[in-house]
Design a binder for this molecule. Sequence first.
Ligand SMILES: Cc1cc2nc3c(=O)[nH]c(=O)nc-3n(C[C@H](O)[C@H](O)[C@H](O)COP(=O)(O)OP(=O)(O)OC[C@H]3O[C@@H](n4cnc5c(N)ncnc54)[C@H](O)[C@@H]3O)c2cc1C
Length: 511
Amino acid sequence: MSANRRDFIKFVVAGAVTAGCPVDIGLVAQQGSEAHPGGAAVDSENNQICHQVRDGKVFSRPPASEKRDVVIVGGGVSGLAAAYQLQHRDILLLEKEPHWGGNAYLMEYEGAAYATGSAFLEGDSEAVHLAKEIGIDPLPVNDGSDGAIINGVFVPDVWGTGLNKLPYPPITRESFKKFKKEMMGIDIEKRATELFNVPFSSFMKLYAGEVKQYWDTFGPSNWGAASDDTAAAIGIYTVQEMEAMSAADHRATWPGGIGALTKKLAEVLQPKLGDRMQLGATTVAVVPGKEDVQVTYMAGGDLKTVSAKAAIMATPKFITRRIVEGIPDKQSKAMQQIRYAPYCVVNLIFDKPVFNRGYDTWCPGNTFTDFIVADWVVRKKSGYKQKYNILSCYTPMKEDDRGYLLADVSTRKIAANVLRDFQKLMPETNVDPVEVHIYRRGHPMYMSTPGLYTNVQPLTRQPMDRVFFANTDSEGPVSGTPEGIVAARRAVRQAEAKLAGTAAKEKSVAG
Ligand SMILES: Cc1cc2nc3c(=O)[nH]c(=O)nc-3n(C[C@H](O)[C@H](O)[C@H](O)COP(=O)(O)OP(=O)(O)OC[C@H]3O[C@@H](n4cnc5c(N)ncnc54)[C@H](O)[C@@H]3O)c2cc1C
């Protein structure tokens, strides 16, 4: 693509990198502090709050002005699922962004939905159950074990029938087949402790470099990490799943991905909770006490404190550990050990059909790892006409490159590189989009590193007396919407038990 042509394509940057910027509990002034009697003036914009904290500004904690049973912090799928389960209670749900959904959030281009994060569900998961309960059945993907574009050739069902068609020399193709056979023979359950604690790459030493290249493409997109940083159990399980998927694809989704689920959850909850669901509300401190837990948040430029019987933290742990006071040292250190990959999703919007040959197509050796056809699951519905062919290019990044996302100009450059690589894939993809949309996130996907699932995550989710930990990063073994829902369910059970205990105590005091 010439510089001229690129100049005419509109690159739209969205998403907040700094929005993930943690607030440090140490910087929250205690109520009535002499040093900071009134607290510092703070702006209402989410990123600015984080910047101010980073720059050492001090927030005051006003006295509690409202009381709730439970405050839920974070309106991603985990926080929304917790709110859904607790809707019979007097709850408050706080989300710092101007929209619900967190990493499962969809956007639209002239009515056509596309994903900015989470793409599909697998099998009969908690997320599928919840979706059905709220009246939106996901639609089947039905595309085998995914295709790949390798050396300019599209190969469908790579890990099934495609293994015989890989456009590599015969020796490399044989290496792929041997790798699959060896992985299929491993009993993960029997060797779980070992396999969750060694890197996936330690199983790749005897194979062609292209095998590692494939998994170094697949891993970062799916669980945030290349094979050197991936727990072997996860990689081996995935190879085994590919075999099953090649026979029967159990994935399901909606146009625009799992954002459809969070959108619907918010729609279902809104009439019931009304202004007890707050967007643009950044929690800056969660301070547990003997009688209550006090949650201070900033909304519309004002700081407010709410007193609750319990709090559920559905925020990622790199934020949680900074805003919750009194987390035991060992637990806080475990939270700090979780690594998060930066991640862009670049949506290429075409006003004509460009690529509809596979749902999720892998592209080893490019700026992006894979791309998804946004409306794949409805494209064959009778009466449906694809107005825009939107291709969501997944672009996970190395931790060291997070800084590139801080400026619009370098983010746009990443998107331009994605477009350049996409157009070089095959002659049929050498087409100019009408627009390119980039959604960037600084820390959206935790990395499924060796030891994380077995040693770290169990420590991070230990309940405190009044504070309980949801979010997908409590759960594992990979970052996923079902895992976020499972984590929410556990936190809700713990909060309900606390509330039941509190109610029993109040009754016995009164009686
Ligand atoms: C690019 C990408 C692709 C993915 N693909 C899939 C997929 O295909 N299938 C799948 O199952 N999973 C996928 N995932 C993972 C999935 O999206 C996540 O596991 C899931 O969305 C996490 O939900 P959560 O609610 O636990 O956390 P989050 O989505 O991180 O939600 C946390 C929320 O808390 C808010 N918050 C943070 N700090 C504060 C604060 N101080 N005050 C108030 N609010 C705050 C955040 O803004 C956010 O909305 C993907 C993830 C990414 C990034």
